[in-house]
Design a protein around this ligand. Structure first.
Ligand code: FES
Ligand code: MG
Length: 581
């Protein structure tokens, strides 16, 4: 859009050749200028770096409810820095309004983002996301598209107040629903609290997946420093948006592309932060998918080793007690990075063109606060996420140990098996269900191929046990759980049951051993017996006749590869991270 339309003109500095990538370059530019002028632009407006702004606002997405204000502020920042802002829509995904699952749509959103960045003339792009799957989808797409990109998040929602108790989505949603199931609160109270759990627009107020992705994205260097923590409705959030627009123009001028920022070292910083915030288990899947786009594999065993030396320092629900707005008041992600400094790579580049270390230097000193703990006084002595292996999960499984019950982390019990989600729904509250508090609940067929990986790994405690006061049980599945959930829950069992992973052959009554100390998840059944069961009832993976579901089932990878489509990953793996230590 920025070039003059003379036949032999070269594209102006900083502008992509993509502007004239098809047809007669002179004529195609002439045509584009003619069309964009239909919106009233002058040549002066068009003769500057074009900054795309990915607009993911939707009436179905209250987590993105401040999108209009953010877009306005980003545009102001872009124009103050001498660029031309152009917002464009892409898919939006909200966790509660994405059927069958939000994970099913994440890759579709990443394809949409990548192709719209490629298709439309722009020199840099501002990605505005927030709700769980949106930020990873945008960063996956931007990593593949390869032009300068910067992430802006919508910011967290405010906390509400229910009968003088502070509440926020969605750890407290689960807590109150648990009380309701256990008959501890009545219909009137559950209806009352429903009005308070989501007190404003913005993303979930605890360290769920949205907050997790915001924090790791800042650590990764893909967001302006301080950009993760301001709540959605604050002036700070709007200022971050304005600054993001200005930085995007500078990135366009410097051709600061994602591959220069999202390096192996930057991903190690991000993983370090994921562990230290007691972050969502979904964070592992998303970081794996993002890294995969740039030719990097995340090695789960090395990640576990990293976790052993990375304490949880952030006191946020579900691992701790506070909310995102408290983290912001406590200094945000910088307060954490300062504590983690000896474990970080300080020479990684950020969107500002300065290194993480330089940004930390200029962030000023810390101050007394209660939300980010000093390194020596952690919330939990190790990283939030531990990686488990054993004959039940040859490709690995994970547990959020910081949000698990210490008494159940070394446990052996009898399996109570549910074959799929429907079976779970039908039988979990059956008064005649043969289940005791020390049993292990097993849910099959909720992996990527089985059910597009819903957050159903957080199985409810059977009603009769909940009424008797049972708050937690060991639960195992090939699915995910919400970052806002807590409990002794083993997730992402790989390979999944729907493709014949060992989980498919567990029977009620089998013994299962969980030892978080030894990083073990074992089915105490002989190999020979498992083989007999496999032969007796072989598993047939589901298929689809047409459409996106067919593509999904054919191409989706397992949890250890990020649940991305195989054809979207980089064609070869050039690096394994974290590196051996
Ligand atoms: Fe959108 Fe929680 S539902 S961030
Ligand atoms: Mg969530």
């Amino acid at each position: 859009m920025a070039e003059s339309n003379k036949k032999d003109d070269k594209p102006a500095e900083g502008l992509r050749k993509g502007l004239t990538s098809y047809g007669d370059s002179g004529f195609s530019l002439f045509l584009r200028k003619a069309f964009i002028k239909g919106a009233g632009y002058t040549d002066n407006a068009l003769d500057r770096p074009v900054i795309g702004i990915a607009n993911t606002g939707s009436a179905y997405n209250p987590c993105h409810g401040n999108m209009p204000q953010l877009i306005e502020a980003v545009k102001r920042g872009v124009m103050l820095a001498g660029g031309l802002p152009m917002d464009f829509p892409t898919i939006s995904i909200h966790e509660s309004f994405a059927s069958p699952t939000s994970m099913y749509l994440r890759n579709l959103m990443s394809i949409d983002t990548e192709e719209m960045i490629r298709a439309q003339p722009m020199d840099a792009v501002v990605l505005i996301g927030g709700c769980d799957k949106t930020v990873p989808a945008q960063l996956m797409g931007a990593a593949s598209a390869g032009i300068p990109a910067i992430q802006l998040v919508t910011g967290s929602m405010l906390t509400g107040s229910h009968r003088a108790e502070r509440v926020g989505a969605c750890t407290d949603c689960r807590r109150y629903w648990g009380k309701y199931r256990a008959d501890e609160i009545n219909d009137e109270e559950i209806a009352d609290v429903n009005n308070q759990l989501v007190a404003s627009v913005g993303t979930c107020s605890v360290m769920g997946t949205a907050s997790t992705m915001a924090c790791v994205t800042e650590a990764l260097g893909m967001m302006v420093p301080g950009g993760a923590s301001p709540p959605a409705v604050t002036a700070d959030r709007i200022r971050v948006a304005e600054r993001t627009g200005a930085v995007a123009v500078a990135m366009a001028r410097q051709s600061l592309t994602p591959d220069k920022i999202m390096t192996g070292k930057a991903f190690e910083n991000a993983l370090r932060v994921l562990l230290a915030i007691g972050g969502s288990t979904n964070g592992i899947i998303h970081l794996t998918a993002m890294a995969g786009r740039l030719g990097m594999d995340i090695d789960l065993d090395r990640l576990d080793a990293m976790g052993r030396e990375t304490p949880v320092l952030i006191d946020l629900k579900p691992s701790g007690q506070y909310y995102m707005e408290d983290l912001h008041k406590a200094g945000g992600v910088h307060a954490l990075l300062r504590e983690l400094k000896p474990l970080l790579h300080l020479d990684t580049l950020t969107v500002t063109g300065r290194t993480l270390g330089e940004e930390l230097e200029s962030a000023g000193p810390g101050f007394p606060q209660n939300v980010v703990r000093p390194f020596a006084q952690p919330i939990y002595p190790q990283g939030g996420i531990a990686v488990l292996r054993g004959n039940l999960a040859p490709g690995g499984a994970i547990i959020k140990q910081s949000a698990a019950n210490p008494e159940l982390m070394e446990h052996e019990g009898r399996a109570v098996v549910f074959e799929n989600l429907e079976d779970l729904v039908t039988r979990i509250d059956d008064e005649d269900l043969d289940v005791k508090a020390d049993d292990v609940l097993v849910l099959k067929h909720i992996g990527p191929i089985g059910a597009s990986m819903p957050e159903a790994g957080y199985m409810p405690i059977p009603k009769k046990l909940a009424r008797a006061g049972v708050k937690d049980m060991v639960r195992i599945s090939d699915g995910r759980m919400s970052g806002t959930a807590a409990g002794t829950i083993v997730l992402h069992v790989t390979p999944e049951s729907a493709i014949g992973g060992p989980l498919a052959y567990v029977k009620s009554g089998d013994r299962i051993r969980l030892s978080v100390k030894n990083r073990e998840i074992s089915l105490l059944v002989s190999d020979a017996e498992l083989e007999t069961r496999r032969k007796a009832s072989p598993v047939t993976p589901p298929t689809a006749e047409r459409g996106y579901r067919q593509l999904f089932l054919k191409c989706v990878t397992q949890a250890d590869k990020g649940v991305d489509f195989d054809f979207l990953r980089a064609s070869e793996t050039t690096e394994r991270i974290p590196r051996d230590r």
